[in-house]
Design a binder for this molecule. Structure first.
Ligand code: DAH
Length: 351
């Protein structure tokens, strides 16, 4: 069927489509294609003119010619769209290439990265406790007041809460959601999740409104320990801590437990080791005492068992919580803990 023969007067539609094919293939930019498109398909274009001339035809001729014009229009539209996709792809590729940023840092002596000292310490502590038969568990860093304080035997407004400078979140009722101040709430979650016996350590990040100094940073890490079983005594706690200290710090570092107070343990103790910086002589890091506190420990308070529905007559247990950053600091003899957060590559490279 010949396009012009059907009667769109004065227009060779087939030739028009062929012209459109070569012209669109020749169009080098999206912009020149746009011009071509309006010449071919716009109101002043040849197709539009052919369309207008249909009125002069007899009704049956008009119908056939109209269909042919429509067919030609579709063909031209498809050619333009196909070419536009090709050109747009190419233009995008050029733009992306020109906007590319090379963020590679070229170092004089290429070095491979390594795991941060705090993460490595956490892994090593886990290994020591796994070797002693403990499981590893985790809990959330954002906690409710109930898990962080209440279930640990610190009712609302209890003065012991003052031991932790807490970050509260603006979520729910005022002062009901906190960035956890310690890993102790994971004890509660664990006892809710599984029946005793429990032998587990729970490492993770904690937050306190502490002013940074040589031994304190406001974002730090703890490893919590919990044992719940029948007939557990303070001697089990002391033996576990002793075994851990020797395994992690070596035989030259001594541990001592000093009476202390924590609401969730009774009796409670502070766990200290010989300051590794001055070997006990006294220095800035240990505030001239020769000892550095690594954490707290004690026998699980019956009120904590009651909070999770365990019978304190049947179950006994001990718990502890050590600072992981503190362990890293002592084992690697880092005088000032703040370097752990500063990420100075000259320091990181040494650790
Ligand atoms: N949660 C305490 C703190 O951050 C440390 C601690 C003390 C944990 C005694 C314990 C414990 O599990 O028994 O200061």
């Amino acid at each position: 069927m010949s396009a012009s023969a059907a009667g769109a007067p004065g227009t060779d539609l087939r030739a028009l489509v062929e012209r459109a094919r070569s012209a669109s293939a020749d169009a080098a930019t999206v912009e020149s294609l746009r011009q071509l498109e309006s010449e071919l398909l716009g109101k002043q274009g040849e197709l539009a003119r052919a369309q207008r001339s249909l009125g002069a035809l007899a009704p049956d001729e008009r119908r056939a010619a109209g269909l042919e014009i429509q067919e030609a229009r579709r063909a031209v539209e498809a050619l333009v769209a196909g070419r536009r996709a090709v050109l747009a792809d190419a233009e995008r590729a050029v733009r992306v290439e020109s906007e590319r940023l090379d963020l590679t840092e070229v170092l004089d002596a290429p070095t491979r990265g390594h795991v941060h000292i705090v993460q490595r310490t956490r892994d090593q502590l886990e290994d020591v406790f796994v070797g002693m038969g403990f499981a590893v568990a985790e809990g959330p860093e954002v906690e409710t007041d109930w898990y962080n304080f209440e279930a640990l035997n610190m009712p609302i407004a209890h003065p012991a809460r003052g031991m932790w400078d807490t970050f509260y979140l603006e979520l729910g009722d005022p002062e009901t959601v906190v960035l956890r101040t310690h890993t102790s709430p994971v004890q509660i979650r664990l006892m809710q999740q599984q029946p005793p016996p429990v032998y587990a350590v729970m490492p993770g990040r904690c937050y306190r409104r502490d002013t940074p100094d040589a031994r304190h940073i406001p974002i730090f890490h703890q490893i919590e320990g919990l044992v719940v079983d029948r007939g557990i005594s303070f001697a089990d706690l002391a033996g576990t801590i002793e075994t851990f200290t020797t395994a992690y710090f070596g035989p030259d570092i001594h541990a001592r437990l000093r009476p202390a107070y924590f609401p969730f343990t009774e009796p409670s103790a502070e766990y200290e080791i010989t300051c590794t910086i001055c070997k006990g002589a006294g220095c800035r890091t240990c505030s001239q005492t020769g000892w550095v506190e690594l954490g707290g420990a004690g026998m699980v308070d019956p009120a904590v068992f009651a909070a999770v529905g365990l019978d304190p007559e049947e179950w006994t247990g001990f718990a502890f919580g050590f600072g992981i950053d503190r362990c890293a600091q002592m084992r690697h003899e880092i005088p000032d803990m703040r370097v752990l957060l500063e990420n100075d590559v000259r320091v990181l490279r040494q650790l």
